[in-house]
Design a protein around this ligand. Sequence first.
Ligand code: PGA
Length: 255
Amino acid sequence: MTGTRRPLLAANWKMHKTRTEAREFVEDFLPRLKRTDADVVLCPAATALAAVARALEGTAVGVAAQNMHEEQQGPYTGEVSAPMLIDVGATGVVLGHSERRELFGETDAALARKVPAALAAQLQPILCVGETEAERDAGETQRKLRHQVQTDLAAISVDQLPGIVIAYEPIWAIGTGRTASPEQAQEAVAFVRALLGDRDPGAAERVRILYGGSVKASNAEELLAQPDVDGALVGGASLDPAEFAQIVAAAPARG
Ligand code: PGA
């Protein structure tokens, strides 16, 4: 069944790149993008979303925000809503990144509202889940993933499930240079798929589940070769157009 899922490679730029730097990236990156059998998404800072969306017009590369408020508008100083993201050309949104959870107090309760709000606005959610090093060492990885997946997707119907992307990102591998082994990535991603399978096995086979955490050009191929790993959410290595293009090229053709 893995053959039916199209690879997805997403560049999470975090708090990097001005509009000019983002446009320079796109100019350098697009000619390097040789394949049409994989989905590619750039996730710039909110300030560069419009510029990146404009630079990508007429291409198949998508643009996703890194966060979103669940309400459409209101007294939420500093926040941005789904209609606002659509307005600047976003096609998706990263939700529940561990940096938002750990540094900015993002809760599973909020995510349970954000995921359906994104879908309702026609933004593709990329929901991040993953365990800390202490949780892994304590044998708590599956418990943590079960809690996050069940809570964050509680309001999502079986019909909506295939429209969601999940990124398994072990927190101990993010920005540390310590990548999960291909076996660890496959095991956790397959577990997340099994959790979705408890809801509906057919839908679970259609959901794309990415791996994230210190993915680089040098390790992408073995991680992306794992049967349940449908792509990658790439942080640091996605800031460089040549390296991100190499990572896109490393995804095996499927479908
Ligand atoms: P990293 O970040 O590739 O720099 O480890 C991944 C992420 O946080 O999405």
